[in-house]
Ligand binder design. Structure first.
Ligand code: CA
Length: 222
């Protein structure tokens, strides 16, 4: 499950990222409306959390634009207390739900879970690469017919790599996605987790799927 947060309040983004990660969601973030729109058009997300007050393009505009492009990803709008709330409720802009700031994390989790329950199983729930299967609904990973037990961080890493299959994912992007933007890259943390993940995924005798891209980061491909 990958969630895109589009919000310009960096502190709030950090809090949301941390909270969602502990619930084992992968998180990507954009800090203005245009960046958010670009990301949402380019990548496949399971849910988009979209603030209304944003630089460059506001959330209402981004939401309309996504729907106009036939992007049906569920959207939870974030609104400040007051007028905007009524505006969103009154406007039929294609958002699935909205939350009034400030909100508690449990409230957010409840909305996210409700959306995921409502949603039908789609292709993106079960992804595979060769004999590796990742079931994002059951949070289960299988390779060569056997279930592989992953820690939450290993799962997030694999989810990011498989979402961006074929791409060279930079160390920075992986660290931001799995830890946090403020996480000081000591290099080792990421390397250690990749090593554990490889030990579990790329077993002896099987085709390696996780590849090191020198000077950049890592990539997942057959
Ligand atoms: Ca904002």
């Amino acid at each position: 499950m990958t969630i895109l947060i589009i919000e310009d309040e960096i502190k709030l983004v950090d809090i949301l990222k941390q909270a969602l990660k502990t619930e084992r969601y992968s998180v990507d973030a954009a800090y203005d409306g245009q960046e958010g729109l670009d990301k949402a058009l380019k990548n496949n997300y399971d849910i988009i959390i979209l603030d209304i007050m944003l630089p460059k393009r506001d959330g209402v505009d981004v939401c309309k634009e996504l729907r106009a492009h036939q992007i049906q990803t569920p959207i939870i709008m974030l609104t400040a207390k007051g007028l905007v709330e009524d505006r969103v409720a009154g406007l039929n802009i294609g958002a699935d739900d909205y939350l009034v700031k400030p909100f508690g994390m449990n409230e957010l989790f409840a909305r996210v879970r409700a959306i995921l329950r409502r949603r039908k199983t789609t292709d993106s729930d079960i992804v595979s690469m060769g004999d590796l299967i990742m079931d994002r609904v059951k949070h289960e990973v299988m390779r060569d017919g056997k279930i592989i037990k992953l820690t939450p961080k290993e799962y997030l890493l694999l989810d990011m790599l498989i979402t961006h299959r074929g791409e060279a994912l930079s160390r920075k992007k992986l660290i931001e996605g799995v830890w946090s933007p403020n996480f000081k890259e000591s290099n080792n943390e990421l390397n250690v987790h990749i090593r554990y993940l490889r030990r579990k995924i790329d077993l002896k005798g099987l085709k390696p799927l996780i590849h090191t891209i020198r000077g950049v980061g890592f990539s997942m491909k057959e």
